[in-house]
Design a protein around this ligand. Structure first.
Ligand SMILES: *Cc1c(COP(=O)(O)O)cnc(C)c1O
Length: 388
């Protein structure tokens, strides 16, 4: 078993940790697979350490599920995915440059090309290249402008060292402020026709990731590359094709590492919101060093023994204060819930995202490596051997 999610490891000695329900990822994958056009491939986007879930762990799991390929940005993620999935294609989204050519060869990576200059810099290495050409249909980000695509395809065709395996785009996330998804894909269609007519159409054309999978089934094409949707980080309300996905990140927890009734001998309470004389204060062993934002909504709370306790600012590198005056049963060492269930109450991912002034993906990708990952399946099977 890959170690990026620890199995059979009790969080007993941790002050804070995050829990993952990896079965959610397998289930989300199957839901997507069952819903998309038959024959459409799935490139699982595992960038940012698989949206915080652990790229190696997720790659092994999805490889077993039969995923067709992976997409990543960083070499670190590519290394983790290649180790877990020795034979699956790995598409590098724009990012790495020709300095990484040895790794590209050794790890058998497919690179993205976003323009002529980009291609020429790779050609200068003399290496054989497997490429996906990336086109910018209205995201104003990486990718070649559609008008320059035919010339780039001609250049690729004239180079013996280059195999164009695919052509792809990532549609914009500007909502009403940018071109609509349909307007963007419409920019691609005549180019595909032209390439087809000239025998230059690559095997894989791909434009759809989480948002358009939900709203535009007609964009499935040869392949799709969802990220957030696989990890249950997308809201599918009002979707044309609602995917009932579950979040893989199931809980964020921290222990009470200090607890006291603050009497007058510690001085007057700080003149800050939430502090008061004679309050009972608990300190949690989690802080912005673990990825909790430094500024969170003033109404934010945690669950202590099933009851809400307000968070008191400021948030420190390793510590977070809560007010447990009204929760006399709170005890030193208690597990406190920032995300997840406690007793009959529950803090959901959308609720936490709102309190943290971000969205679900922002929560998942914002947590830091120092916040240990725990596979919940290992917690319910305490006698499971490592590697089972
Ligand atoms: C991030 C990204 C994806 C996945 O996007 P989601 O919205 O998370 O599904 C797909 N393709 C590219 C090029 C990306 O950068």
């Amino acid at each position: 078993m890959n170690s990026s999610v620890r199995r059979n490891q009790s969080p007993l000695y941790e002050t804070a940790w995050r829990e993952f329900d990896l079965s959610a990822i397998a289930s989300n994958y199957r839901t997507i697979r069952a819903a998309i056009t038959p024959g459409t491939k799935i490139f699982a986007c595992l960038k940012q350490d698989a949206y915080g879930c652990g790229a190696g762990t997720v790659a092994a799991l999805l490889s077993d599920e039969g995923v067709d390929a992976f997409g990543v940005v960083s070499i670190a993620d590519a290394v983790a995915v290649r180790k877990a999935a020795p034979r699956k294609p790995i598409l590098m989204y724009p990012g790495i440059g020709p300095g990484a050519v040895d790794l590209v060869r050794d790890l058998d990576l497919t690179i993205s090309i976003s323009g002529e200059e980009d291609l020429r810099s790779w050609l200068a290495t003399g290496a054989s290249l497997k490429i996906f050409v990336k086109v910018d249909l209205g995201f104003w980000r990486a990718g070649i402008p559609p008008a320059s695509l035919p010339r780039l395809m001609d250049l690729c065709a004239s180079e013996n060292n280059v195999t164009v395996e695919g052509l792809y785009a990532h549609l914009n996330e500007f909502a009403d402020a940018g071109s609509s998804a349909s307007a963007q894909v419409a920019r691609l269609m005549p180019l595909l026709e032209e390439m087809k007519a000239r025998g230059r159409l690559p095997e894989t054309v791909m434009v759809s990731s989480s948002e358009s999978l939900l709203h535009h089934p007609e964009f499935d094409m040869d392949a799709v590359d969802p990220g957030a949707l696989l990890f249950g980080l997308t809201r599918s309300r009002a979707a044309h094709r609602p995917f009932p996905t579950r979040p893989a990140l199931s809980a964020i927890k921290a222990r009470i590492v200090a607890l006291k009734a603050c009497d007058d001998s510690v001085g007057a309470p700080p003149d800050l919101p939430g502090y008061r004389r004679a309050m009972r204060l608990a300190v949690l062993g989690i802080g912005w060093g673990h990825g909790v934002p430094r500024h969170i909504d003033s109404s934010a709370s945690v669950l202590v023994r099933g009851r809400r306790a307000p968070i008191i600012p400021p948030i420190h590198l390793e510590h977070l204060r809560i007010d447990v005056t009204d929760i006399p049963e709170a005890a030193l060492g208690d597990e406190v819930v920032l995300l997840g269930s406690s007793g009959a109450d529950r803090i959901t991912l959308p609720e936490l995202a709102k309190a943290w002034n971000t969205d679900e993906t922002g929560v998942g990708c914002g947590l830091r490596e120092s916040l240990r990952r725990i596979d919940v399946a290992s917690l319910s099977k305490p006698n499971q051997e490592e590697g089972e």
